[in-house]
Design a protein around this ligand. Structure first.
Ligand code: DGY
Length: 331
């Protein structure tokens, strides 16, 4: 293996001593999160910036690395893997989603993939519920009323929201996060129905969740639909214009998964035409771009992909990434 010259984050060229393996981290991360790598004697090169790394820079800086620690907006394809070269043994992504990684290309090159399931389940489910409740209870309009100085006191008829108890939550994808969102729904007195490639009785039965094999039928019966399928070619635009039209006009769409699960243009069209009850969105098709129309709608709550953004969850995600890298490198 060629331990040739690499470039540190500060731009200085250094020569790794033979046998010293390098981890390239595509984003500036807290030192404490990366400490396990350094403590194990690895050379850790982290980007100086918190911004997404352009593809050419990622390819250049990955060269010669034994491990990459990437973010969900780093596209790790065959070109990146080839640019990294034969030293590369593991790609760890700071996310549960792996849609930005070419898993087949990793497999073909014997590169292990590490992601961060489980530890972000509760934080992400909480975020879905935070956004859903904000839409159902019109929190944004209430805040605007106060901030605008227009609140003139108690009113029995102002800002009436939607009761969720007794309504049906349709979950698309009863995986970890879908199940956690459903469990919270039961605590709010909602009925749960779900769709996916197959039933999951072990998850569904404790929640009295009903499997609906027909996605269209699930949507027709939904008061709220929450999307938790992984983003793949098969689930891209799963909620397209035709399926959005199946939802009852009062239905609220929740998405804390991946933006492209929904045809965003069709969603904007349905919302602006008043054909939907609202939308609670943590993710978007072309992040960080958010359609301006969404921002003007009172029944739409948006967040900048914050599902896993709690202090404890992000530290736990970092720990999974570093542990996975160390295991893959045999440390
Ligand atoms: C993930 O981990 O895939 C999430 O989208 C991050 O919040």
């Amino acid at each position: 293996m060629d331990h040739g010259r690499v470039r540190r984050a500060d731009g200085a060229a250094v020569t790794d001593p033979p046998g010293r393996e390098r981890v390239f981290v595509t984003r500036s991360l807290p030192d404490a999160w990366l400490a396990p790598l350094r403590d194990a004697g690895l050379e850790v090169e982290a980007a100086a910036s918190d911004a997404a790394m352009p593809g050419p820079e990622l390819r250049a800086r990955a060269a010669g690395a034994s491990a990459l620690l990437v973010q969900l907006d780093d596209h790790v394809d065959a070109d990146v893997l080839d640019a990294a070269g034969p030293a590369l043994r593991v790609v760890a992504t700071f996310s549960v989603g792996t849609d930005h990684l070419d898993l087949e290309a990793c497999r073909a090159r014997g590169v292990a993939v590490v992601h961060t399931p489980d530890v972000l389940t509760d934080a992400t489910a909480d975020q879905a519920w935070a956004l859903l409740l904000a839409v159902a209870r019109r929190l944004r309009e209430g805040r605007a009323l106060i901030a605008g100085g227009d609140w003139d006191g108690w009113s029995p008829t102002r800002l009436l929201g939607t009761d969720l108890g007794g309504r049906t939550l349709a979950i698309v994808g009863l995986g970890r996060i879908g199940t956690a969102v459903a469990a919270r729904a039961r605590a709010f007195g909602m009925e749960v129905a779900y769709h996916g490639p197959r039933p999951h009785p072990e998850r569904a039965e404790p929640l009295a969740a009903r499997f609906e094999p027909d996605l269209d039928a699930l949507l027709e019966a939904a008061d709220v639909v929450s999307l938790h399928a992984p983003l793949t070619a098969a689930t891209h635009h799963l909620l397209d214009a035709r399926r959005l039209a199946l939802l009852p006009p009062h239905a609220i769409v929740v998405n804390v998964g991946r933006g492209a699960l929904v045809d965003e243009r069709a969603l904007v069209a349905a919302l602006t035409a008043g054909r939907l009850g609202g939308a609670a969105l943590d993710v978007f098709e072309d992040e960080p771009r958010v359609p301006a129309e969404l921002l003007g709608l009172a029944n739409v709550e948006v967040a900048p992909h914050q599902g896993s953004a709690t202090t404890g969850t992000r530290a736990a995600m970092a720990a999974l990434c570093t542990r996975g890298i160390l295991e893959a490198l045999g440390r």
